[in-house]
Design a protein around this ligand. Structure first.
Ligand code: ADP
Ligand code: MG
Length: 695
């Protein structure tokens, strides 16, 4: 029987395939250029392209594509056939090094935030040899970065690679001070846990809101929600189990190590977690995972919803970004050590993250902001918009005692003086209990839990890598000339913790008291996307990204524009969809139910004049009343949509948030009330009960 090992990675042009298919010297040169981050020369590219083509054709490919991650959050691809016309009406199959390394692409249809005048619409894609090519649906996918002709980046991958370089450079310098001369590179790793909903495709096809916006814009509560907690980790239903099996297999073929799968809190909600990988690979793999989830769902008669909040009143979907830092020698820098020296190093990296998160709360918040996630953050199912760090009681106690200059229980006097303790075994168990924290230390990594389920994990990791690089750079300046290194490290750990301990919070992040407490501590509470986006372009953040060459100031401003545009367009589409569904489907349905009631009353009275028809009359009155109110609210929504044309950019985002979002809520609440009155056969779209409980 074929085992997983036989097909895992079978559709990937990975290291093993390259070693087998490439001439030895070419393979070596390629490996060297990749590990040193140098440019590939054309001779090598030609040889790699040829081997790739042969391998792809053997696997039945007809096309290749440069695969990239524009600012829209999804991935983009344009397929080119391998064939070139040849003499005698025949075709030859071609794929040159040039075609591998660089692709031309009309960039004018991708968001660029004013970076590109329309007359200079060209952009190009450039091969990213650090991520493997793969095959899907008979197409060879080549991971690339996407740039404008003038060199500005138009994608999410280039800045990610730059941020990985930045943190590596800074961490390596610090590690040298600790005597780790063998470390050449430091790598951040990411394991993104992905939540999703699976619903029946027939229901999906009947709701235009799901089709156009990915979520239901209205829908009354079902009699049952998730109050029984009977779905979380529950037995997986056969049809869903079949889907998961198929999904895993597809992902494994593409080298994505999907590891765990289970039901989530909400009905129809599930989760998939991979084994962690180097950040840029993890980003690619998460994109592949999301795309594959959707494709496989179609085959099984499902629709896979990746929206952050598909159903009101039911938990939304997030993504947990597990993030850690390790060396090319295999040392995890966020893992408590076995001896005092290693612990000093661990504590130094730990306080670096604490300081980074405190100094750049705004950027962290911003990296989790989107129209979809606004429906979820702070909703007693996901962390609030306030950034804090969970360390766990044990580690917090240690940090507090270091901060106070005291010894932790059991630590000896000399170690105490150095502020460097033997850490008790901080097991995963004791660090993973608080599920309400947006940013939790979980034993040997941090888990950033605010991301929305549809996000590319690129943005949050660009931020994490860069802010920690910045702090490490400052640490290096303080430590490099130290007379007694151990003392300087101890002082730095203590002082940094003292300055930034306000960001540490181990309590319940969902509670109202925390909002008050956070305010007293001076922590930011950027409640919505437009507020968070404004913080993105604060001077200190522009300085930060320029300092490390991750974004130029121009690129920052262009991203700011794009993010605002994506936000306001998303809400705009929702508002128009809601409006149209009300006018074309819900109001007519309510009217026909009302006229059914009126006819029923008339015919009953005609038959038996003494009948009072109290039930029909009161329902008719209420339905008519609500229909009138609904029409008014819908008209108001339309007038606000019209008004939004007078705004643009960030101002439009604020207008949309302040006016359109609440107007949509108003429409919805009337419609939801109507839904509970109108006869089921008259309601024109599948209800929450239909969708959530019949898979
Ligand atoms: P759980 O949170 O379900 O108890 P784990 O802590 O083992 O399970 O892992 C959760 C996720 O964290 C997984 O996707 C895993 O790959 C990822 N993860 C584990 N270690 C690391 C690491 N060093 N760096 C990044 N991600 C990691
Ligand atoms: Mg988790």
């Amino acid at each position: 029987m074929e085992t997983v090992a036989d097909y895992f990675g079978s559709m990937v042009f990975n290291d093993a395939v390259m070693r087998e298919k490439l001439p030895k010297d070419i393979y070596k040169t390629l490996r060297k250029t990749v590990s040193e981050g140098k440019d590939i020369d054309l001779a090598v590219a030609n040889s790699v392209a040829n081997a790739m083509k042969t391998w792809a054709l053997e696997h039945g490919c007809t096309h290749f594509t440069h695969w990239f991650q524009p600012m829209t959050g999804i991935t983009a691809e344009k397929h080119d056939a391998f064939i070139s016309p040849a003499d005698g009406g025949r075709a030859i199959l071609e794929f040159s090094g040039k075609a591998l390394v660089k692709g031309e692409s009309d960039a004018s249809s991708f968001p660029s935030g004013g970076l590109r005048a329309t007359f200079e619409a060209r952009g190009y894609t450039a091969w990213d040899p650090t991520s493997y090519a793969f095959i899907r649906d008979d197409v060879l996918y080549i991971p690339t970065v996407f740039l404008s002709y003038t060199g500005e980046v138009l994608d999410k991958k280039t800045p990610l690679l730059r941020s990985m370089q930045a943190i590596s450079d800074e961490a390596v310098k610090i590690l040298k001070l600790f005597g780790h001369d063998d470390v050449k590179r430091v790598i951040t790793t990411v394991g993104p846990e992905q939540e999703y909903f699976l619903i029946d495709r027939a229901d999906y096809a009947k709701r235009r809101d799901l089709i156009f916006t990915g979520r239901t814009l209205f829908g009354a509560r079902a009699p049952k929600g998730q109050e029984m907690n009977d779905h979380y980790y529950g037995a997986i239903r056969t049809r869903v189990a079949e889907y998961m099996k198929d999904l895993d297999k597809e992902l494994w073929k593409l080298g994505v190590s999907a590891k765990t799968r289970h039901n989530e809190a909400a009905p129809c909600q599930h989760e998939l977690a991979p084994v962690f990988a180097t950040t840029n690979v993890a980003v690619d793999h998460n994109q592949i995972t999301m795309e594959t989830m959707k494709k496989v769902a179609e085959r099984h008669g499902f629709a896979c919803l990746l929206h952050e909040k598909p159903f009101k009143g039911i938990n939304g979907s997030g993504k947990h970004n597990n993030w850690s830092i390790s060396t090319d020698t295999g040392m995890n820098l966020l893992e408590p050590g076995k001896n005092p020296k290693d612990n000093a190093q661990f504590l130094l990296f730990l306080v670096a993250v604490i300081k980074a998160v405190d100094d750049y709360q705004d950027l962290i918040r911003c990296s989790s902001a989107s129209a979809g996630n606004d429906n979820r953050l702070g909703g007693h199912e996901a962390p609030p918009a306030i950034i804090s760090i969970f360390l766990g009681d044990e580690l917090t106690e240690i940090m507090e005692s270091i901060a106070a200059g005291k010894a932790a229980k059991g630590a000896s006097k000399t170690k105490m003086e150095l502020g460097v303790h033997v850490l008790p075994d901080i097991s995963k168990d004791t660090t993973d209990r608080n599920r309400t924290s947006p940013f939790a230390f979980t034993g040997n990594k941090f888990e950033f839990r605010m991301l929305g389920s549809s996000f590319s994990v690129s943005g949050p990791n660009i931020v994490l890598n860069t802010i920690v690089a910045k702090v490490l750079k400052g640490f290096y300046e303080k430590l490099k000339g130290a007379k007694v290194f151990e003392e300087a490290v101890a002082d730095l750990i203590r002082d940094t913790y003292n300055e930034h301990s306000r960001i540490v919070f181990n309590g319940n992040n969902y509670s109202a008291e925390w909002v008050e407490e956070a305010k007293r501590r001076g922590l930011l509470n950027l409640k919505s996307t437009p507020e968070a986006l404004d913080a993105f372009v604060a001077q200190k953040n522009i300085d930060l990204f320029s300092e490390f060459g991750v974004f130029s100031p121009t690129e920052m401003h262009s991203r700011y524009e794009i993010l605002n545009e994506v936000y306001s367009k998303t809400v705009h589409i929702e508002a128009v969809t809601l409006h149209d569904m009300m006018v074309q489907q819900i109001i007519p349905a309510a009217s026909s139910y009302a006229s059914f009631l009126a006819q029923a009353i008339n015919s009953k009275k005609a038959a038996v004049p003494a009948l009072q028809c109290r039930s029909e009359i009161s329902t008719l009155e209420r339905v008519s009343e609500l229909t009138d109110v609904l029409s008014e609210k819908v008209a108001l929504l339309q007038s606000l949509i019209d008004k939004s044309a007078m705004h643009s950019g960030a101002e439009l985002s604020h207008f949309v948030r302040a006016c359109i979002v609440p107007a949509m809520e108003d429409v919805r609440s009337v419609s939801d009330e109507l839904e509970l009155l109108v006869g089921k056969d008259y309601w024109p779209v599948p209800t929450y009960a239909d969708i959530l409980f019949y898979v």
